[in-house]
Write a protein that binds this ligand. Structure first.
Ligand code: MD6
Ligand code: FE
Length: 207
């Protein structure tokens, strides 16, 4: 484990290739039940460049009318989110140091040109629990800032199989994804990752 800064813990290669591959198949099953959707910015309705879905009791959604929030149902199918894959629940038990299980897993699918602008994760009621992030597919340049948007930032690479927790003093730090680095991707059989895409999973406590 590499503690990049207090509360930012990076577990490089936490998932070996065969566990990454089975996790990608788990995510294919999640997407088959809960199709990817394009979230939109509050008020402006500007589309995110990533597509999203969720698994677990709650899912994070966003649209122009009602903004960022957690919902127990998919915004288009109105069905409950699929269950969280067992391997993710086990990773949370091992890495989160938190007595309760995760309540939401946000699935972000990046196409090769997609990005995620600098943000804080603060739609949860519980900031005591960390957020656990898992990366699959293409590498990316991840940007970590401070607790204010204007604070200085630094970047590092996240690769397929890496796990990272943002907790404790780092729980509310700004962060984002500058760009994918598709030349460095491992090969998965999945159509989800056939063209230099990246999947990021973030596990959260919500209530
Ligand atoms: C990403 N990650 O890696 C975006 N949020 O694609 C996040 O937004 C994130 O990595 C909260 C905690 C850890 C993260
Ligand atoms: Fe985030």
């Amino acid at each position: 484990m590499l503690e990049i800064e207090p509360g930012v813990r990076l577990y490089r290669g936490f998932f070996d290739f065969s566990r990454q591959d089975s996790l990608v198949r788990d995510i294919e099953r999640v997407i088959a039940r809960a199709p990817l959707f394009t979230p939109r910015m509050p008020r402006t309705g500007k589309a995110f460049s990533v597509r999203m879905t969720n698994c677990g009791p709650f899912g994070w959604v966003s649209d122009a009318a009602r903004g960022y929030r957690y919902e127990p149902h998919h915004p288009e199918t109105c069905e409950p989110w699929p269950v969280m894959p067992r391997v993710l629940l086990e990773a949370w038990e091992e890495l989160a140091s938190y007595p309760l299980p995760p309540q939401a897993c946000l699935v972000n699918l990046y196409h090769a040109e997609a990005r995620m602008s600098l943000h804080q994760d603060r739609d949860e009621k519980d900031f005591e629990a960390p957020i656990l992030s898992v990366s699959l597919g293409a590498d990316c340049r991840f940007r970590l800032g401070g607790s204010k948007r204007s604070d200085p930032t630094r970047t590092f690479v996240l690769s397929s199989g890496d796990a990272m927790t943002l907790g404790g003093p780092a729980r509310l730090r700004f962060h984002g994804v500058d760009k994918l680095l598709p030349a460095l991707s491992p090969r998965f059989a999945s159509p989800l990752l056939a063209n230099g895409e990246r999947i990021n999973l973030t596990l959260r406590r919500v209530t």
